[in-house]
Design a protein around this ligand. Structure first.
Ligand code: ADP
Ligand code: MG
Length: 339
């Protein structure tokens, strides 16, 4: 198999080597860091100023003014399951792949709803300016007056942009397209989402973050806020190069911003089990990522295109179908993995 041999070369082995060599995973602070910390950090949040963050450090940029009042959230009030003790706060999962159309949004929503079905309190955060996650819960992104843009750029409480649907949704609007530029001069710009989530982390068992198809500042915010990353991969057009790029970005995030973030799993999506190509693509994934490839496969079915039109998850649209079942299976896999 030509493809297999090509991807079995050592440079395609995607381990986490190098990490162990880091003596101190804490990001260093620049000498003048104290001068930029006029705002007291919320407990547990590291300095807003990472050492060698990305290119354009804003110098005199706007310092953040995140309110740290621990308001009580009025959202879902399910009891946490035994697996998810409340004391640890939500497990935060980012869904990332810079390629579009690989089922990031579909997976974020349907896994979030599957977690909720299993008795968990779930928040889904829409970090994609296209607002597909927001739309797929029947909310028009053009009609929301406050969105994740205001959370990230103007530091309004995330609670102000949460709407309750099958799960709680922190909504996106088209404004979000301007957020990366608006945040670019802000000190601690990579940590805006992490800070915003602190206020609600204890109110949920899971926070699921949908990301745009790029590795820009919105995705970096998601990866910085996350404990785990789930990478949906479309088996039809498997891009190992794209996965390597994502892996590199994650390594940088670990070094500079979030030492503990890990890949929870790689999820084969849009799988057409009848084709040899899909089988081969999954083999390539398993060769490179080993048991980090989920056992669950998400098959291709028209149900996934139909459900968002009705503004619902597949679990609500066709509760007994195999599409819904596959996301329940995935939820079980993640829950069984523990934290
Ligand atoms: P992304 O967020 O990565 O861009 P989406 O979740 O929006 O990807 O999915 C892209 C398109 O593929 C959407 O039209 C969605 O309805 C469809 N889709 C997602 N998963 C499946 C599936 N398992 N079978 C068929 N269509 C799917
Ligand atoms: Mg999407």
């Amino acid at each position: 198999m030509g493809l297999l041999q090509r991807f079995a070369r050592p440079e395609y082995r995607l381990g986490r080597e190098g990490e162990a060599e880091r003596a101190d995973p804490e990001p260093e602070r620049p000498a003048d860091a104290t001068a930029t910390q006029a705002v007291p950090a919320a407990p547990g949040v590291q300095s807003a100023v990472p050492a060698q963050s990305s290119a354009q450090e804003g110098g005199d940029g706007v310092s953040s003014t995140i309110p740290s009042t621990p308001d009580v959230h009025a959202g879902q009030q399910h009891q946490p399951t035994q697996d998810q003790p409340q004391t640890r706060g939500a497990k935060v999962i980012a869904f990332a792949n810079q390629k579009g159309g690989v089922a990031k949004t579909t997976t974020t929503l349907n896994l979030a709803v599957a977690f909720a079905e299993a008795g968990n309190r779930v928040l889904a955060v829409d970090m994609d300016p296209q607002g597909n996650l927001t739309m797929s819960q029947g909310i028009d992104p053009d009609s929301v007056d406050k969105s994740m843009y205001d959370v990230l750029v103007n530091n309004i409480p995330i609670r102000d942009v949460i709407r309750q649907r099958e799960i709680d949704v922190a909504c996106a609007s088209i404004d979000l397209a301007g957020a990366e530029i608006a945040m670019s001069t802000k000190i601690g710009r990579e940590r805006s989402l992490e800070k915003a989530l602190k206020a609600v982390r204890d109110d949920y068992d899971f926070v699921c973050i949908d990301t745009p198809p790029s590795l820009g500042l919105l995705t970096i915010n998601a990866l910085t806020a996350a404990d785990k990353v789930i990478v949906p991969v479309q088996c039809e057009y498997l891009s190992m190069r794209g996965l390597m790029q994502l892996q590199n970005t994650l390594s940088m995030i670990r070094e500079e911003l979030n030492p503990d973030v890990e890949i929870e799993g790689i999820l084969p999506t849009l799988v057409d089990t009848r084709t040899v190509h899909a089988k081969e693509a999954i083999e390539i994934l398993e060769e490179n990522f080993g048991d980090r490839v989920f056992a669950t496969r998400i098959r291709k079915t028209i149900r996934f295109a139909e459900a968002p039109v009705k503004g619902t998850s597949v679990l609500k649209y066709d509760p007994d179908g195999s599409a819904a079942e596959s996301y329940r299976e995935l939820a079980k896999e993640v829950l069984d993995n523990g934290r």
